[in-house]
Ligand binder design. Structure first.
Ligand SMILES: C[S@@+](CC[C@H](N)C(=O)[O-])C[C@H]1O[C@@H](n2cnc3c(N)ncnc32)[C@H](O)[C@@H]1O
Length: 392
């Protein structure tokens, strides 16, 4: 019995008359068409699959980068409307025994503030050295004296992205050991090829073409053409255009206010440094010279004699100020303030908190107190803004 099923099929009419060639040809043509059609269908399917995969990958990448930036910055991409300031006396540097240790202490303060997303550090004078500016003659990181200026200078140096430091901080004795400090590694300290919506930059001293904006060095492989003509050597915050022409010699961007990465991008963008001549009410004090129009609307003093942080709640605020004392505590800072009648520091603040109840050491050093207090206050801040994911 034959197994060839083709033999069983009735022969097509044409073949009965012997003209098998055109029929075979038509069949072959048909087969070829079917093959082509199948091929086109598979290609279409593959293209559709590829499109879907690309879209899925893009979605995944977007959500991962958002998660990443949230993880890396400790903030979120929806923007943060409030600010946190920390104030401390410059005299804390005088507790350190050598120029190297003074520098290291300043670095610890910088890192503690960055870890907790502090927007402003106020260095106040509790010894009447009368410092109001970080400009002027620097005598090097000596063993004693000029502590406020030295602390402020090192804090500013640390905050500046590495690629801009050589422009804004020429070699100086005060910064002799600052290069050895642990980096802040904050979101605005970008690597050369790191992608970011915002970057810090320096306006270059290259005359811009007519009708075009200045060129800015943002620490990337190409300079950035901004939308405005600005004075050379200014430090600026640049928002880079979403679409860049990769063939172009320059990137494109616009200049924004330094708070924009925080308020719109939800990124921690470093701190500013302010020197204050005293703690409280004098012109140039921690309280009166606030850079915020409305001033600080919530103030917290810290002391082992304060009430326990565990029971404290923070009311919602726009600008929080947390104040730390030096070796002798905030009482000593008040004593040095000639214009102030207040002797009990708790009268000066909205809250006066012990942030480490049952401490095991007789004294907590100021640099330790910053870490402890900001860690304790972090969850209180989050609780003050229950609907705001950016505070977590
Ligand atoms: C070396 S301590 C000052 C100690 C000083 N004997 C005193 O009586 O305040 C330096 C600063 O760290 C902070 N600090 C120390 N212990 C603290 C605590 N338990 N809670 C909150 N802040 C504390 C305060 O700001 C204090 O002024």
């Amino acid at each position: 019995m034959s197994t060839n099923s083709a033999e069983k099929r009735p022969k097509p009419a044409s073949s009965q008359f012997g003209d098998q060639i055109p029929w075979k040809k038509r069949k072959a043509e048909l087969k070829e068409k079917q093959k082509q059609w199948k091929k086109a269908k598979i290609i279409k399917q593959l293209e559709k699959q590829k499109r879907q995969e690309t879209a899925e990958r893009a979605e995944q990448e977007e959500s991962q980068s958002k998660k990443g930036s949230r993880k890396r910055t400790g903030t979120c991409f929806s923007g943060r409307a409030f600010t946190v300031s920390v104030a401390l006396p410059g005299s804390v540097l005088d507790n350190a025994q050598s120029p190297e240790l003074r520098t290291y202490l300043a670095g610890q303060i910088a890192r503690a503030c960055v870890v907790f997303n502090v927007d402003e550090i106020v260095v106040f004078d509790e010894q009447g050295e009368d410092v109001k500016s970080v400009e002027g003659e620097f005598k090097g990181v000596g063993k004693k004296g000029h502590a406020c200026i030295q602390l402020a200078r090192i804090l500013q140096y640390m905050e500046c992205p590495q690629y801009l430091r050589k422009w804004f901080f020429p070699v100086h004795k005060d910064l002799q050991y600052a290069g050895l400090l642990n980096p802040l590694d904050s979101p605005h300290h970008m690597r050369i090829d790191e992608e970011s919506e915002y970057r810090e930059g320096r306006v270059l001293n290259k005359p811009p073409k007519q009708g075009k904006g200045s060129l800015v060095n943002c620490g990337m492989r190409k300079d950035v053409r901004i939308d405005k003509q600005l004075q050379p050597d200014l430090r600026v915050t640049v928002k880079l255009s979403k679409t860049q022409n990769q063939e172009s010699r320059l990137y494109k961007g616009v200049v924004v206010a330094p708070h924009v990465p925080r308020t719109e991008g939800g990124l921690y963008w470093g701190y500013t440094v302010r020197l204050a001549s005293c703690l409280s009410i004098d012109a140039g004090s921690v309280f009166t010279e606030s850079p915020f129009k409305e001033g600080y609307d919530l103030t917290v003093g810290t002391s082992e004699r304060g009430s326990s942080v565990d029971q404290a709640t923070l009311s919602p605020f726009k600008h929080l100020l947390v104040v730390f004392g030096g070796l002798q505590g905030l009482e000593a800072s008040l004593d040095a303030d000639q214009n102030l009648d207040v002797t009990d520091p708790s009268d000066l603040f909205d809250l006066y908190l012990n942030t480490c109840p049952d401490q095991g050491s007789r004294t907590i050093r100021t640099e330790e107190a910053i870490l402890i207090s900001m860690a304790a206050l972090r969850q209180k801040i989050t609780a003050a803004f229950p609907d705001d994911s950016s505070s977590s």
